[in-house]
Ligand binder design. Structure first.
Ligand code: OGA
Ligand code: NI
Length: 359
């Protein structure tokens, strides 16, 4: 069992936090989904944004420097020229739309179990809020075949092939970006010994999450995905050409991550923030919905191998940058997140930290 399934098994959910609304037949926003909000329409430009989420061309010779700046300032950026074939991006978008377009009773054939982590259902964060979010998800770890057979007993080969290919490509891209990030911090392979992408006995772990944000009758009072940071090392998100994803920046507020054709969004996760002793931000982000277009996104969460303790890299610790966090495995961190949600990071703060540089 890997870290994610083990943690989710230990923290089961009630079905009311798993089964989404039938969005196709819901014509007004129910009270259960009405948040105490009054959001501006996503695309309105009532306040001019002076700063935008960086877009980095991975073939730019300056990419390493730009990545470090983006991670320190934003904890998020978009990449272009990333070598993922556009055809594959179009195919995964098509298969994601195909899945969520199924009638609810058919999607429920692959519903996530209360102790499970894969299959169809509401994102896990639902349990932390009294109001429900306006989205549905489908989670895959490893092979998608079992759930795909539940959805389409005879016609699942294309879906599976596309997802498997996508997982492979995204693992490779994530590892490439992680290498650039470590280099940007002056870290060598020796400094990050736990990062061994091709280690067959201790492989890195990844989760693929397909998200759908259906059109919403009253988007200004609905929430697609509530503000959160990701528990991963790094999350790569492909979004269709519909706005909705936003990141929070102190003094700027919520800033849109504008859809760019064929670009991929890179989000620094909590574990990476820990590994670089807080030097890279883990971006608080949320997703809003709209009245006219279904938004889809495909998030690929990449984490360390099972049982690997992630701790602040010693090279990044000095009297001016005292150690901030205690060592933690992905499983331990997910357990903390399952109970404390956005406060989990605060909980693993190194309480002994008084400016000294011990580990
Ligand atoms: C997530 C997430 C953003 C999006 O799945 O954790 O942040 O745009 N998704 O759907
Ligand atoms: Ni997220």
């Amino acid at each position: 069992m890997n870290s994610v399934s083990e943690s989710f098994k230990n923290n089961p959910l009630h079905f009311k936090h798993i089964i989404p609304l039938d969005f196709n037949t819901t014509l007004t926003l129910p009270d259960s989904h009405t948040w105490p909000l009054s959001l501006e329409p996503i695309d309105s430009l009532t306040h001019v944004q002076h700063e935008a989420v960086p877009v980095i061309d991975l073939t730019n010779p300056q990419a390493i420097t730009l990545i470090r700046q983006a991670c320190e300032k934003w904890g998020v950026f978009q990449v272009t020229n990333h070598a993922i074939p556009v055809k594959l991006l179009n195919e995964i978008e098509f298969q994601t739309k195909r899945l969520f377009a199924l009638p609810l009773n058919q999607k429920l054939l692959a519903v996530r179990s209360p102790e499970g982590c894969t299959g169809y259902g509401l994102p896990r964060m639902s349990t932390f809020f009294s109001k429900f979010i306006w989205s549905e998800g489908f989670t895959v770890m490893g092979s998608p075949v079992d759930h795909a057979c539940q959805l389409w007993p005879h016609d699942n080969a294309n879906f599976c092939n596309v997802l498997v290919e996508y997982q492979k490509e995204l693992d490779t891209l994530t590892e490439k970006i992680l290498v650039l990030m470590f280099k940007s911090l002056g870290l060598t392979q020796e400094d990050v010994k736990w990062f061994k992408p091709n280690n067959e006995s201790k492989p890195p772990q990844a989760v693929l999450q397909l998200n759908s944000y259906p059109v919403c009758p009253e988007p200004s009072r609905a929430m697609g995905l509530a503000p959160h940071t990701d528990s991963s090392l790094l999350t790569l998100i492909y979004q269709n050409n519909t706005s909705g994803l936003q990141v929070y920046r102190d003094n700027l507020g919520w800033v849109p991550v504008k859809p760019i054709t064929a670009a991929v969004v890179v989000m620094v996760g909590d574990l990476m923030h820990i590994a670089c002793n807080g030097l890279f931000k883990c971006a608080l982000h949320r997703a809003l919905v709209n009245k006219t277009h279904t938004r889809i996104s495909i998030a690929h969460f990449y984490g360390p191998p099972r049982d690997v303790k992630i701790s602040p890299c010693l090279k990044l610790v000095d009297p001016d940058h005292p150690i901030l966090y205690r060592p933690v495995t992905w499983k331990e961190y997910l357990d903390a997140k399952a109970i404390h949600f956005n406060n989990a990071l605060e909980l693993i703060r190194d309480k002994n930290n008084s400016g000294c540089t011990h580990l």
